[in-house]
Design a protein around this ligand. Structure first.
Ligand code: OKP
Ligand code: ZN
Length: 343
């Protein structure tokens, strides 16, 4: 299997995220991607290719233009306002407040975000664009007929919506790739999100769309970040009704229960009848993940890969989360080798 990788992910290297009431070194760190790459090499998964630059158009097909302008200018505006450390928002508009874009950079950070765990620094925009290009380059290979391609994206993307960032995500790499596949000949695309966290951004981007099916297995929003989306009764709206499927699972969920949900999601994808499949591949479902509460083990990821292969679709794997850094390579690449075995 071909892997797409860019070293430019290293430009996203925050000093701190707000977590558990503390400013701590970010869990989402450059070493994550390096460990996955190292494992791709160690098992001889296949060639490793640098991304092409697809420019702004495929980003604009998913994200709001004002949001992209904000991301491109945020660090410069922050520095102009006299700060030189990472930029974090502090407060948000909530029930009864006005959803108007403020003029100042502090106001804009709040307006275009949903958490304080996602630092913006000098290289954020560059790293986020490289990550989207990694996904797009993979999508182009899938369109050309590859059975499976691995886009080793970092920073991740599935929490980023049309016009907001958060959860370590700025550009929604998987959504950008899925939309690109739609715009280049695939009539229907399915997106399966197996990261531990709900793919709120991806769901929200495609919620009213009948041509992109979204399924997500994740920590139940009554217990788990991002808390305010990911319930079972979110099934799509308008002509997208029926094209969204959430499988919220409680803390402590082990592989047996998780795999039951995967099989149900796979059944739904078969019924939908997609021409291509995009996987949001997070391995933070792992038992020793430091911020998650499922108990999957490394061998389980092989079976996940085999099951995904069983769908028989041209498949793009887009890297999302996974914070047990020592095991992230083994776990992520197990999905890919399981897929190859069964293809
Ligand atoms: C990004 B991805 C946990 C706090 C979580 C943000 C997590 C973002 C996960 N107590 N903070 O979905 O892996
Ligand atoms: Zn996650």
């Amino acid at each position: 299997m071909l892997t797409i990788y860019s070293e430019e992910h290293r430009y996203q290297d925050g000093k701190a995220e707000l977590i558990d009431g503390q400013l701590l070194p970010p869990f989402e760190m450059p070493r994550r991607a390096e460990m996955v790459l190292e494992r791709v090499r160690a098992v001889g998964l296949g060639d490793i290719l640098a991304p092409q630059d697809f420019g702004l158009a495929p980003l604009e097909a998913v994200h709001d233009a004002r949001y992209l302008a904000f991301l491109a200018a945020a660090w410069g505006d922050w520095v102009k306002s006299g700060r030189e450390h990472d930029a974090l928002p502090l407060n948000w508009q909530i029930r009864g407040m006005r959803a108007l874009e403020p003029e100042s950079i502090d106001g804009k950070l709040s307006y275009f975000s949903f958490d304080a765990g996602t630092p913006i620094m000098s290289g954020t925009w560059r790293a986020a664009q490289a990550s989207a290009n990694v996904a797009l380059t993979g999508a182009a290979r899938v369109k050309e007929g590859a059975r499976g391609v691995f886009s080793l994206c970092r920073p991740p993307g599935h929490h980023a919506a049309e016009d907001y960032y958060g959860g370590y995500c700025f550009l929604n790499n998987a959504a950008i790739a899925a939309q690109w596949l739609r715009d280049h000949g695939a009539a229907k695309v399915a997106l399966l999100d197996i990261d531990y966290h709900h793919g709120n951004g991806t769901q929200s981007i495609f919620y009213d769309r009948p041509d992109v099916f979204f399924a997500s297995l994740h920590g139940h929003p009554k217990q788990e970040f991002p808390f305010f989306l990911g319930y079972e009764d979110e099934t799509g709206e308008g002509s997208g009704e029926g094209a969204n499927a959430n499988f919220p699972l409680e803390w402590g969920t082990g592989f047996e229960r998780w795999f039951g949900a995967l099989q149900e999601a796979a059944r739904r994808i078969r019924t939908f009848g997609a021409e291509a499949l995009v996987i949001s591949l997070g391995v933070d479902t792992y038992k020793d993940d430091p911020i998650s509460h499922f108990t999957l083990d490394s061998d389980d990821y092989l079976q996940i890969g085999r099951t995904i292969a069983g769908l028989g679709l041209p498949t793009l794997f887009v890297m999302e989360g996974g914070y047990a850094v020592e095991e992230i390579g083994v776990n992520a690449v197990n999905v890919l080798t399981g897929f190859e075995e069964a293809s």
